[in-house]
Design a protein around this ligand. Structure first.
Ligand code: GLV
Ligand code: GLV
Length: 361
């Protein structure tokens, strides 16, 4: 191959590798045992000549790495993730390296995990499973693992992009929940669904016409409004300076005592120490977490909380999605290395599959 492309991890499927090989690339895959590669590890991988890198969200892609990649002749970097808080896009631009991410293919998979965590928290599935396995079940009881009925309750979505909108739709349509969402931008994608999917009827009118309790929806004017009113709240913002510790001691205090909070975005969106304290003080408050402030660690006390469900950052982990992410990441790098016109704007991320999302500010 004429071009040297590195993947810092083995990735699912073979399509991504074949795409690169068929187009003059020599693909090198790092098989180091350690899970999180350091900046030094990656500099060693890049070496003297490297045209493009596919990297992971666990890696710190800042000035040092983009400088090294640029010196090696590299033109492209793709995160195998939709989130790119681990990538300093300005540094990449400074060194002439284009950056890509992998939106679109993980929308439904991620929303489905958020829905799973919402249901698991509402119905106390994990606690109940532990109870069974511990041999504690000695007969049906009216009070055993009583949880929340979602139907008729309000789901709150903070960040109504692709994933937040897909999740909202699942919860509204699937479980007949009322919706309140907060986003800096009006979500046309979400409002189209709630206002007019059923011919000329809104989903609420459609339910009413079928003799069901209609659902309601609104865009909140503040995040606090969502925190105050919703029974289940799912977080779907990007992580940046403005969303760091978006959920903190004060925002937790505003939420209902029996609310459910779900996070499949990025850990630092929640002040995890404040959350542990809140879980201790409010045993009826439940949380479903896919992401953590200092991955792979959890803040002290979190793992002992019965009212917390914790899973290891697996929201995008379906076979179809992970192969799709690998393929998109490879296309991102290939497109730039081969000079395809899609890369004409080096600042543009969110390149594929979603022309409607605004470029990052
Ligand atoms: C996963 O967390 C992603 O951003 O794709
Ligand atoms: C954000 O990137 C989203 O897909 O919602």
């Amino acid at each position: 191959g004429k071009y040297r492309v590195i993947s810092t991890k083995p990735m699912p499927g073979t399509r991504w590798i074949n795409l690169l090989i068929e187009q003059d690339c020599r693909v090198e895959i790092c098989t180091q045992k350690k899970t999180i590669l350091s900046v030094e590890d990656i500099i060693a991988l890049i070496g003297d000549k490297c045209d493009g890198v596919i990297g992971q969200l666990t890696e710190d892609w800042g000035d040092t790495l983009f400088s090294a990649l640029s010196k090696a002749g590299g033109k492209a970097f793709s995160n195998m993730a939709v989130g790119y808080n681990n990538v300093d896009v300005n540094a990449a631009t400074k060194y002439g390296v284009a950056v890509g991410n992998t939106p679109g293919v993980l929308t439904e998979t991620t929303a489905e995990l958020a829905a799973s965590l919402s249901l698991a928290a509402a119905r106390r599935i994990v606690e109940a499973d532990e109870f069974m396995r511990a041999g504690l079940y000695d007969g049906w009881l009216p009070h055993l693992f009583v949880g929340n009925l979602l139907k008729g309750q309000t789901v709150g979505v903070i960040g109504a992009g692709r994933i937040g909108s897909a999740y909202a739709r699942m919860m509204v349509e699937g479980f007949k929940m009322n919706l309140i969402y907060y986003d800096l931008y009006q979500s046309t994608r979400l409002e189209k669904f709630v206002t007019g999917m059923y011919g000329s009827l809104s989903y609420g009118q459609f339910l009413k016409a079928s003799g069901e309790q209609p659902v309601t929806w609104k865009r909140a004017s503040s995040m606090e409004e969502v925190l105050r009113e919703a029974d289940v709240i799912s977080l779907h913002p990007i992580l940046d300076k403005t969303t760091y510790h978006l959920v903190n001691k004060d925002s937790l205090a505003v939420m209902k005592k029996e609310a459910i909070l779900v996070n499949c975005s990025r850990g630092p969106v929640i002040d995890e120490v404040a959350l542990v304290e809140h879980l201790k003080q409010n045993p009826m408050f439940r949380v479903g977490l896919d992401v953590f402030e200092d991955e792979p660690y959890m803040k002290p006390g979190l793992s002992e909380m019965k009212n917390a469900i914790v899973v290891p950052h697996i929201a995008s982990a379906s076979k179809w999605t992970r192969e799709g992410m690998a393929t998109l990441a490879a296309l991102n790098v290939l497109g730039k290395v081969k000079g395809y016109p899609v890369w004409s704007d080096p600042n543009r991320v969110d390149l594929f599959l979603d022309e409607n999302s605004p470029p990052p500010a």
